[in-house]
Ligand binder design. Structure first.
Ligand code: FMN
Length: 358
């Protein structure tokens, strides 16, 4: 039997295989209220039918101004719970594990959806003023963000905790905190986007204070047996910026604070980043963090072949595989991968069994 299709237990949660659907923004909360629509049910539901071990809701904002676009998902109010619960229930019924990525987009918030051109939105065009650790815009076209005050940081931490509680109420079984891709928490971690002089800026310990405190808040809110993941940009690919050594140190801290798995991504905090993209381009980060800290890691990024995925696990580079675009191209990818690796059709739903390969 392949390792990819061997179940994995993280805290109290048994996940049927190690192939997870990576969080992917759909910008399809068309009511502009953060509430999931039919699109999310079909999109996430079909990937659960497709055999993935875990299906993760996209970056879901913990407050309205934490959305990348007005069409992002959000969990900032109790009225949101029901819409998530229906989808989580369907994913669970398919034998998959529903997860959610909780996020705040920071200085990269308030944009139009990508297919409408991605423009910055302001108060007049349906947007809002982004917030950030410091008044440093992402690039020359971005608006200058509002620097968060201490009381606003306190409120932000509570927002993460409350959103996590709502996710639990919705029947979601795994929470991932989005500390990557140049969004708010990642902005606090990098010396390039955080020039604060209070306890949340300056040296490394101060710059990782917010992610640590958010982890503490969320860990205290969710059940002990519920897994908690963190997605990191393991490097920002800019001289003098956040690097893999920082990620190793942070991963170690977070592990001690109750984080179970580091989902190893990279980049996104600077338009000056210089990165090379090739199959498995981020796997080395997962390997380094795993071997240095002993925390579970997830590998993501241009993993598209069953044997490639299996060999990443077998060689001990990561504990799980997350897949993004390939899962958009083919939601049934896990079913075919299982057949390729194990000549087995265990993941097929009864309704589709007559179509399973021989
Ligand atoms: C349409 C789309 C939306 C995405 N949205 C998110 C997101 O909400 N949160 C996140 O952490 N990454 C997001 N990503 C990044 C993916 O989760 C993944 O890390 C990246 O695409 C690399 O994996 P892949 O080569 O398998 O696609 C998104 C990627 C795509 C293609």
């Amino acid at each position: 039997m392949s390792l990819l299709f061997e179940p994995i237990q993280i805290r109290g949660q048994i996940i049927r295989n190690r192939l997870f659907v990576s969080p992917m923004c759909q910008y399809s909360a068309t009511g502009g209220d953060g509430i999931p629509t039919n699109w999310h049910m079909v999109h996430l539901g079909s990937r659960a039918v497709g055999g993935a071990g875990l299906v993760m809701f996209e970056a879901t904002a913990v407050s309205p101004e934490g959305r990348i676009t007005p069409q992002d998902l959000g969990l900032w109010a109790d009225e949101h719970v029901q819409g998530f619960a229906k989808i989580a229930e369907f994913i669970t019924e398919q034998g998959s594990t529903p997860a959610i990525q909780l996020a705040h987009a920071g200085r990269k918030s308030s944009h139009d959806v990508p297919w409408a051109g991605n423009a910055n939105l302001d108060n007049k065009t349906g947007g809002w003023r982004p917030v950030a650790p410091s008044q440093i815009p992402y690039d020359e076209r971005s608006s200058i963000p509002h620097e968060l005050g201490i009381h606003e940081i306190e409120k932000l931490k509570r927002s993460f905790g409350e959103a996590a509680r709502r996710a639990v109420d919705a029947g979601i079984k795994v929470i991932e905190l989005h500390f990557a891709h140049g969004y708010l928490i990642c902005e606090f971690m990098s010396p390039l986007s955080n020039t604060r002089t209070d306890e949340y800026g300056g040296n490394f310990i101060n710059r990782i204070r917010l992610p640590r405190e958010i982890v503490d808040t969320v860990r205290k809110t969710i059940p002990d047996n519920m897994p908690l993941f963190v997605r990191l940009s393991c490097t920002e690919y800019v001289e003098g910026g956040w690097g893999i050594e920082d990620s190793v140190l942070l991963a170690n801290e977070l592990k001690q604070n109750g984080v179970d798995l580091i989902d190893c991504s990279s980049g996104g905090n600077s338009p000056d980043q210089r990165m090379e993209i090739y199959p498995g381009y981020q796997v080395g980060f997962a390997e380094q963090i795993r071997s240095a800290t002993g925390v579970l890691t997830g590998a993501v990024g241009l993993i598209t072949d069953p044997h490639q995925a299996e060999s990443i696990l077998v060689s001990g580079q990561s504990d799980v595989i997350l897949m993004g675009r390939e899962m958009l191209r083919n939601p049934y990818w896990p079913l075919y991968a299982e057949h390729t690796l194990d000549a087995s059709n265990r993941g097929w739903s009864n309704q589709y069994l007559r179509a399973a390969p021989n």
